[in-house]
Design a protein around this ligand. Structure first.
Ligand code: SAM
Length: 230
């Protein structure tokens, strides 16, 4: 059974789309999307041999080789220009997701929707979207097996629109997530605050006086979190 995280990612795939799932690993997401008629065709991209073989095997075992192309290559390199109408990139850090999008942006001409699930560093993804004309349309945060995940949905549009009145913190916290203030959102940022407090406590215990600047920076970050949660 597909993880709740990937089910939620799949729920944003527009009906009838041609899906490119980049960093597909076992190709669970495209298999699920085809089996549930969420897309008409899919491309599973993988850059590493092991996961690429897993994807090939999974697609053959599910008998979906006519509908899902498994391709080996880096990021969006596996796509022809205009081939995909929806792209999913899930289960990686935000920096890697942003660099895949940046390097492959020529391949996005026909893409109506980006569905991105950064494990950490979603700020990098939001920044890339703003700089490249993509408007955040929705965000979701969920917890599964003790881990907290964010899902970002973007379409071509007005990149700054969702940030109105909350631009300063929006990039870090997510404009929709910040407005929703779900229990998982609050939990995530309480945990992050605890983590930062721990780092400060360790610095103080080390007795190193050269850390003053870093310490002040961390205190500033904690203050931002407290203000958002207040
Ligand atoms: N997308 C799946 C999910 O969310 O469960 C798999 C996530 S897995 C942790 C990340 C996968 O991305 C790995 O299989 C890795 O090989 C692949 N990957 C990392 N960088 C990549 C790149 N530049 N292009 C294609 N795949 C990449």
């Amino acid at each position: 059974k597909l993880s709740m995280r990937l089910q939620r990612v799949a729920s944003y795939i527009p009906k009838g789309s041609v899906l490119a799932d980049i960093g597909s690993d076992h190709a669970y997401l495209p298999c699920y999307a085809i089996n549930n008629q969420l897309c008409v065709k899919a491309i599973a991209g993988e850059v590493v041999e092991g996961p690429y073989q897993s994807a090939l095997k999974q697609v053959l075992e599910t008998g979906l080789q006519d509908k899902i192309d498994v391709r080996k290559g880096d990021g969006l390199d596996v796509l022809e220009i205009g081939e995909a109408t929806a792209v999913t990139i899930a289960g990686m850090g935000g920096t890697l997701i942003a660099s895949i999008l940046e390097r492959g942006k020529a391949k996005l001409t026909k893409v109506e929707r980006l569905i991105l699930q950064p494990n950490v560093g979603s700020k990098n993804v939001r920044t890339w979207l703003i700089e490249n004309g993509w408007e955040l349309k929705a965000e979701e945060i969920l917890e599964e097996d003790g881990k907290i995940y964010e899902i970002l949905l973007a379409e071509v549009g007005e990149p700054l629109k969702p940030y109105q009145n909350k631009h300063e913190t929006g990039l870090q916290f997510g404009p929709f997530l910040q407005a929703q203030r779900s229990p998982v959102f609050i939990k995530k940022w309480m945990q992050e605050k605890d983590h930062l407090l721990n780092v400060i406590a360790q610095m103080d215990a080390s007795g190193n006086t050269n850390l003053e600047e870093k310490r002040n920076e961390l205190l500033k970050q904690i203050k931002v979190i407290e203000e958002v949660l207040a």
